[in-house]
Design a protein around this ligand. Structure first.
Ligand code: PEP
Length: 247
């Protein structure tokens, strides 16, 4: 049985006081939720949020470098994230891929590095609108998954969370239908079964992300291969995010 996982991606939002206030309010509202709850906050807020000693909410970063340390001005390493007690890290978000040029190979290096440091990666994959229209969704997402999991054994692979995030649905208000999301998530699970085996693929959690809101979460979560959501905009308001967590 896979435990559902709902993760909020705050992106470049919230000052320190705002982040603390949001997590305190959210913690009260989701205390008894069945799903695992993760907040991926900006780097600047991570240690202060960790110091709150939250019970229900787990914490994650939104990116990291793959090297343990070195001359990489402005970057944050897996060792540093472990230092501040991070449970999760988002890897290969489409904004990182599109704006900052992250490749599938970098996503793989970062995924390996996170696992090496005991941080569970949330690996994002997904196609653009042009790629969907050109019928490229399946080969593209399949390739992203194959490269992301390259060199990762089955025992470690089950710690990875995959987030299927069609780029055309991120921050646009346009959600993939539950059927479209299920179709790709099922294909991702089939790909994982090809790489590993049926049992391993069944154990890996696969989220959907892209304009998830309180109004559409139930329909998405009803689908067999949708094990949670990665939520951007709607995670910024604790009330909305709590409603999604308690779908
Ligand atoms: C995201 O950034 O991962 C995301 C899914 O954003 P939104 O929910 O705002 O579409």
């Amino acid at each position: 049985m896979r435990t559902p996982i709902i993760a909020g991606n705050w992106k470049m939002h919230k000052t320190l006081p705002e982040a603390i206030e949001a997590c305190r309010r959210l913690e009260e509202m989701v205390e008894d939720a069945k799903a695992e709850v993760v907040v991926c906050a900006p780097f600047t807020a991570l240690s202060a949020l960790k110091a709150l000693g939250l019970n229900k909410i787990k914490l994650g970063a939104q990116n990291m470098h793959f090297a343990r340390e070195g001359a990489f001005t402005g970057e944050v390493s897996p060792l540093m994230l472990r230092d501040v007690g991070m449970d999760y890290v988002i890897i290969g978000h489409s904004e990182r891929r599109e704006i900052f040029g992250e490749t599938d190979e970098m996503v793989n290096s970062k995924t390996l590095a996170a696992l090496d440091h005991g941080i569970d990666p949330i690996v994002c994959v997904g196609e653009s609108l042009d790629q969907r229209k050109a019928g490229e969704t399946e080969p593209l997402v399949k390739g992203q998954i194959q490269t992301a999991f390259d060199g990762i054994g089955a025992a470690e692979a089950v710690k990875v969370v995959v987030a299927y995030e069609p780029i055309w649905a991120i921050g646009t208000g346009e959600t993939a239908t539950a059927e479209q999301a299920q179709e790709v998530n099922a294909m991702i699970r089939a790909t994982l079964a090809e790489i590993y085996d049926h049992e391993t693929a069944e154990a890996i959690r696969i989220q959907y992300g892209g304009s998830v809101k309180p109004a559409n979460i139930t329909e998405l979560m009803d689908k067999e291969d949708i094990d949670g959501a990665l939520v951007g905009g709607a995670s910024l308001k604790p009330e909305d995010f709590a409603a999604i967590v308690k779908y």
